[in-house]
Write a protein that binds this ligand. Structure first.
Ligand SMILES: Cc1cc2nc3c(=O)[nH]c(=O)nc-3n(C[C@H](O)[C@H](O)[C@H](O)COP(=O)(O)O)c2cc1C
Length: 336
C-alpha cells in the first residue's frame, strides 16, 4: 500500500484526524486514516480530495449505524441527572432523544463513486452487499472487532482484514452491540485469541505506550499496529487545546471506560463528569451523544476539562508533542 512502517494512525473523529495530519503520517511511512464519523459526506469528500492529492495511501473510517431503541423513561431520568452540568453553560437539554445514521448512505455512495485504498468500519458490520461492492471497487475493507465472536462474523461477511481493538484503547469501543458490556481483554491477549482462529491480516489497536508495546503486538500476531492516543498531542493533530492540556496534566491519574458522554462505552481520562454521572449512565447511542454535545462544545470553548470527553487509552502518559513524523518513527523503533 505504499507505506513502509507497520504503524497505522487510528481514525479519530471529533477533530484530531485532519488531512494535514494524515499526510504527515503517510510521509513518515505510516498508514493514515481519515475519520468519517460526525461529519457530512461533503466534508468527508473534501478531506479525501486533499489527502488523495498527496499521492499517498490512506484509509477512511465509517461508523456503522445501529437501530437500538431508546428507553424513554431511562432517557428522561438521564436528562434530569445532567441538568446541573448543562445549566452551568446556560444550556437547557432537549428531552427528546435524537437519532441519526451519521449520513451512512451518502458516505457509502461517496466511497463507491470515488474509491479509496482502505475503508474500515466501526460499531458493527455493514451488509455483505456493501462489503462486496467496496471490494469490487478496489477498496480493501477492514472491520473493527472487540471479541473473537465479532471477528468470526466479520470474517464470514468477507472483509479483508480485522482491526482488533482491546479494552485498553482510547475513545469508543468498536463493539457491535452498543449495550454490550465493555470488554476487559487487553489488545495483546485479544490479538492472540483472534490470530488462533483466523488467517486474516490483523491491525492491533489499543493501549500502545511506546515502541516496546508496538513490538509486543506484532509478536502477538498482528501485521500492523494502530495508534491513537499517542498521536493526540502532536503538532499536526486537530486535537482541541483542553484535550491536549489534559493529556499532559498530572492532575489526571487514570482512565476509565464510561458511557456518560455518548451512551456507548469509551475510554477517557477520568474527570468529574464521569464521577458524577457514571452511576446513572444509559445505553443510548447516539441519543446521549446528541444530548451532551452542546454542553461538551461549551466546555471545550471554556477550557473546562471537568465536563469534556477526554478520550484517552491506557498509554496516555507517554503521549508527546512535536511533529507526528517523529512520533511515528519513535513508535516504529527508528528514533528516540
Ligand atoms: C480521540 C479519539 C477518537 C477516536 N475516534 C475513532 C473513530 O472515529 N473511529 C474509530 O474506529 N475509532 C476511533 N477511536 C479509537 C481508535 O481508532 C483506536 O482504536 C484507539 O485510539 C487505539 O487505542 P489507543 O488510543 O490506546 O492508541 C478514537 C480514539 C480516540 C483516542
Amino acid at each position: 500500500m505504499g507505506e513502509q512502517l507497520p504503524i497505522v494512525a487510528a481514525p479519530m473523529a471529533g477533530g484530531p484526524s485532519t488531512p494535514g495530519f494524515a499526510i504527515a503520517v503517510a510521509e513518515a511511512g505510516g498508514l493514515p486514516f481519515l475519520a468519517g464519523g460526525y461529519k457530512t459526506a461533503e466534508a468527508l469528500a473534501a478531506e479525501i480530495a486533499e489527502v488523495r492529492s498527496s499521492g499517498r495511501s490512506f484509509g477512511v473510517n465509517l461508523f456503522v449505524p445501529g437501530d437500538t431503541p431508546v428507553d424513554a423513561a431511562a432517557f428522561s431520568a438521564y436528562v434530569e441527572d445532567l441538568g446541573e452540568d448543562a445549566a452551568a453553560y446556560g444550556i437547557l437539554l432537549d428531552p427528546e432523544p435524537v437519532s441519526d445514521d451519521d449520513g451512512w448512505s451518502s458516505k457509502l455512495e461517496l466511497l463507491l463513486a470515488a474509491p479509496v485504498p482502505v475503508v474500515s468500519f466501526t460499531f458493527g458490520l455493514p451488509a455483505v452487499s456493501d462489503i462486496t461492492a467496496l471490494r469490487r471497487a478496489g477498496t480493501t475493507v477492514w472491520s473493527s472487532v472487540t471479541t473473537v465472536a465479532e471477528a468470526a462474523l466479520a470474517e464470514r461477511a468477507g472483509v479483508d482484514g480485522l482491526v482488533v481493538q482491546g479494552s485498553d484503547a482510547g475513545g469508543h469501543s468498536a463493539a457491535f452491540d452498543p449495550a454490550g458490556r465493555a470488554g476487559s481483554v487487553d489488545t495483546a491477549a485479544l490479538v492472540r485469541s483472534i490470530r488462533a482462529g483466523s488467517a486474516l491480516p490483523i491491525v492491533a489497536a489499543g493501549g500502545v505506550d511506546g515502541p516496546d508495546a508496538v513490538r509486543r503486538l506484532l509478536d502477538a500476531g498482528a501485521e500492523r499496529v494502530a495508534v491513537g492516543t499517542l498521536l493526540l498531542r502532536t503538532d499536526e493533530a486537530g486535537t482541541s487545546a483542553p484535550h491536549r492540556a489534559a493529556l499532559a496534566d498530572t492532575a489526571f491519574t487514570e482512565t476509565a471506560i464510561t458511557r456518560v458522554f455518548t451512551g456507548r462505552p469509551a475510554r477517557a481520562l477520568r474527570n468529574g463528569f464521569i464521577d458524577r454521572h457514571e452511576p446513572h449512565a444509559i445505553d443510548a447511542y447516539p441519543a446521549v451523544h446528541h444530548l451532551t454535545r452542546g454542553m461538551r462544545q461549551a466546555a471545550a470553548t471554556a477550557g473546562d476539562t471537568d465536563r469534556l470527553h477526554l478520550w484517552a487509552g491506557t498509554g496516555w502518559r507517554r503521549a508527546r508533542s512535536g511533529p507526528v513524523g517523529d512520533v511515528i518513527s519513535w513508535l516504529a523503533g527508528l528514533g528516540e
